[in-house]
Design a protein around this ligand. Structure first.
Ligand code: NAD
Length: 342
């Protein structure tokens, strides 16, 4: 039986690190109240898994996602500089989740109003392949650092096709290709070239233009309304999606989906926020909106729409907001108010 007919859908749940367990618990409560069809299989990854098993990405987590092809994930902490490789990056590579979809839409008008931009980020190539090494010179073993980025024509075409297909299906008008092909002529030149080729297949249906990433960053501050969809390489997409979050009230409001042909993992754009972890003040809206994208993904647009509408009413009419949005509500208080609205 399909989800639309009321069947249960097995899905992996990774609470994550830092504020992860707090926002995940809040999101699961809301999904339960909504009558969402997910049958959760809870798995531990990240620092929590290192503490429990010594491995940040235990085989059980991979097996569970391989089986369910669907996961909701809290943020996972990655050590800076040294230490283990990012579990987020490993998950994206393992399941070939080549598309990172990060919509940014104003709910609470603030410094900017009426922002509605969808960023599509290539998720497994570019500088994130992190082929890195140091070259020793004299007594300094780390005198020179080298990093190699890899973009393939196939990978660039695949993500461009994802973006243009998304545009067609969701009634978006224009895709802006973001690159640095004036300097990184090979690495981001191939991205621009492949994306322009794919764009031709959508001529007359979706407009296309392009921007050099630095100019794009500035224009996002001056006049973000000129943008509809941004199509970015991995690193640029990571940076610009945080900037987009800044236009709509911060990281507490920004959801994301990692999508491949075999599996999809939904998460917030934000990280584990160690500065506020354990205090019960984190804004769960990003992960809740990610859960909304997950409902869309499984064909339950009806529930997704109800969830988004209740979030909006709670924030705008009830004026219940967490601290990052200038409010006083705790994570639990916001969640309770939202459930009332469902
Ligand atoms: P962060 O996103 O965790 O936090 C940045 C700032 O935003 C902090 O001040 C934090 O308190 C605030 N913030 C973030 N989410 C919030 C929320 N829901 N409600 C209220 N405030 C919120 O970024 P960071 O501090 O650079 O990274 C912390 C860790 O998270 C690092 O180990 C990083 O590698 C990891 N990280 C993981 C993911 C992921 O799992 N996908 C994404 C980004 C960063």
């Amino acid at each position: 039986m399909s989800a639309a007919q009321g069947g249960r859908i097995p899905a992996t749940l990774i609470p994550g690190d830092g504020i992860g367990p707090e926002v995940t618990q809040a999101t699961v409560q809301v999904l339960d109240a909504l009558g969402a069809p997910f049958e959760w299989e809870t798995q531990t990854a990240g620092m929590a898994a290192v503490d429990a098993t010594g491995d940040p990405l235990p085989a059980a987590v991979l097996d569970s996602i391989r089986k369910n092809k669907l996961a909701l994930k809290g943020p996972l902490t990655t050590p800076v500089g040294g230490g283990f490789r990012s579990v987020n990056v490993r998950l994206r590579e393992e399941f070939k989740l080549y598309a990172n979809l990060r919509p940014a839409k104003t709910i609470i008008p603030g410094r900017y109003e009426n922002i509605d931009i969808v960023l599509v980020r290539e998720n497994i190539e570019g500088l994130y392949v992190a082929h890195e090494y140091f070259v020793p010179v004299g007594a300094d073993p780390r005198a020179v650092a080298v990093s190699t980025g890899v973009n393939t024509r196939e990978g660039c075409r695949r993500i461009a096709r994802f973006a243009f297909d998304y545009a067609v299906k969701n009634g978006r008008k224009k895709v802006t290709i973001v690159h640095k092909a004036n300097v990184l002529k090979a690495l981001t030149g191939i991205f621009l070239e492949a994306a322009r080729e794919v764009a031709q297949e959508y001529a007359g249906r979706v407009e296309v233009d392009d921007r050099i990433v630095d100019a794009c960053a500035m224009q996002l501050v001056l006049n973000p309304w000129q943008f509809d969809m941004l199509l970015c390489t991995n690193l640029f997409g990571d940076i610009l999606s945080d900037q987009l979050a800044g236009l709509i009230g911060g990281l507490g409001m920004a959801p994301g989906a990692n999508i491949g042909d075999q599996a999809a993992i939904f998460e917030a754009v934000h990280g584990s926020a160690p500065d506020i972890a354990g205090k019960g003040v984190a804004n769960p809206v990003s992960l809740m909106l990610a859960a909304g994208m997950m409902l869309d993904h499984v064909g339950r647009q009806d529930l997704a729409a109800r969830l988004r509408s209740a979030i909006q009413t709670t924030l705008l009419e009830d004026n219940v907001r967490t601290r990052d949005l200038g409010g006083k509500a705790s994570t639990a208080e916001f969640t309770a108010a939202l459930i009332k609205r469902l």
